[in-house]
Design a protein around this ligand. Structure first.
Ligand code: PMV
Length: 320
């Protein structure tokens, strides 16, 4: 009744923003992401009849904050009649800082819980359950380039390209730490209810997905760069035009965009994307990584830089 799993965060190139069913956490739009390799969350789940509530530690310290959502996710995998569980989470990157730690956490949790229950590992089923907890988490069940699409009554997922088949690199410029001012569920609701651009955003998404799919199939970096940057800026335009406006950027976020533009002007293969937070993710061709790292480190206001290749989906750890 115990198992350990590891999962990596993913970065959306064509973003998910908005829900079509809040109670089941179903997205309003499809999305395409890349799963990272070098940032990870490891989750151990141990069902224990000797305790009278779920217990969580994060990096060795007791944690109450994430527990209700993790408990609900455990219920969805193991059933409401399950035993209480000891959950031990370890993460090698800042939590709740806009680096998709919830995606890797829920993805790893579903795999560990199913393994601890001796349930067959059905990746799509676990992805759907992870997606109930956090929309973007469903994508971390798969590696490389991943598409999440809306099915009739649920979501579907598929890998578009294996991580080794197009080994891009990601340089993450951290411009601030600490939790975001408005969580994504609340922010998506505000966008849907108040942004004049929301319906346009939803109606254009199929077009953006199709272009990105085509760019990935052709390994066309320029094409992917153009559609990913536009899709990201469209999502932020939806947020900026909401009431109250939701601006997740800071001055250093903007400076990082200028750094990326400058690199592009010099012919360096890099583009940016930004999620609901102030960090800038620079997606690079392998030979562009060093230049992107140096330039982003030297950008005023950048506190740290993390680098990752592309990796596999969530999986059980052999020893767990
Ligand atoms: O999965 P959530 O609820 O944290 O929402 C993620 C939303 C974005 O990161 C902004 C976009 C995405 O597709 O990951």
């Amino acid at each position: 009744m115990q198992a350990t799993a590891i999962a990596q965060p993913n970065i959306a190139l064509i973003k998910y923003w908005g829900k079509r069913d809040v109670s089941r956490n179903l997205p309003a739009v499809g999305s395409i992401s890349i799963t990272l390799r070098d940032l990870f969350t490891r989750m151990q789940v141990r069902f224990d009849d000797g305790i009278d509530s779920d217990l969580l530690t994060v990096n060795g310290s007791p944690d109450e904050k994430m527990l209700p959502r993790l408990s609900a996710c455990l219920d969805s995998v193991a059933g409401q009649g399950r035993s209480w569980a000891r959950i031990e989470s370890t993460c090698n990157f800042p939590i709740a800082a806009g680096l998709a730690s919830s995606a890797s956490s829920f993805a790893a949790l579903t795999v560990a819980a199913a393994a601890a229950m001796n349930s067959p590992a059905d990746t799509l089923r676990l992805a759907r359950l992870a997606g109930r907890a956090s929309g973007s988490a469903a994508r971390s069940l798969y590696g490389g380039f991943v598409e999440l699409s809306n099915a009739d009554d649920d979501i579907d997922l598929r890998q578009l390209c294996a991580p080794d088949a197009w080994p891009l690199r990601v340089v993450v410029a951290i411009t601030a730490t600490g939790p975001k001012p408005v969580g994504s569920t609340e922010a998506m609701k505000i966008s849907r209810e108040t942004s004049p651009f929301y319906s346009k955003w939803v109606s254009e998404q199929e077009h953006d997905l199709a272009i990105a799919r085509q760019a990935i199939a052709a390994r066309d970096f320029e094409m992917l760069a153009a559609i990913a940057e536009q899709n990201c800026l469209k999502m932020h335009s939806v947020m900026w035009a909401s009431r109250p406006p939701m601006v997740y950027w800071n001055a250093a976020t903007m400076r990082c965009l200028q750094t990326v533009r400058q690199l592009q002007g010099e012919g360096v293969g890099v583009f940016f994307t930004i999620d609901a937070g102030p960090q800038v993710k620079a997606v690079c061709q392998p030979e562009a990584e060093a230049k992107a790292e140096t330039a982003l480190r030297a950008t005023e206001g950048v506190r740290d830089v993390m680098i990752s290749g592309l990796g596999e989906g969530a999986r059980r750890e052999p020893c767990g």
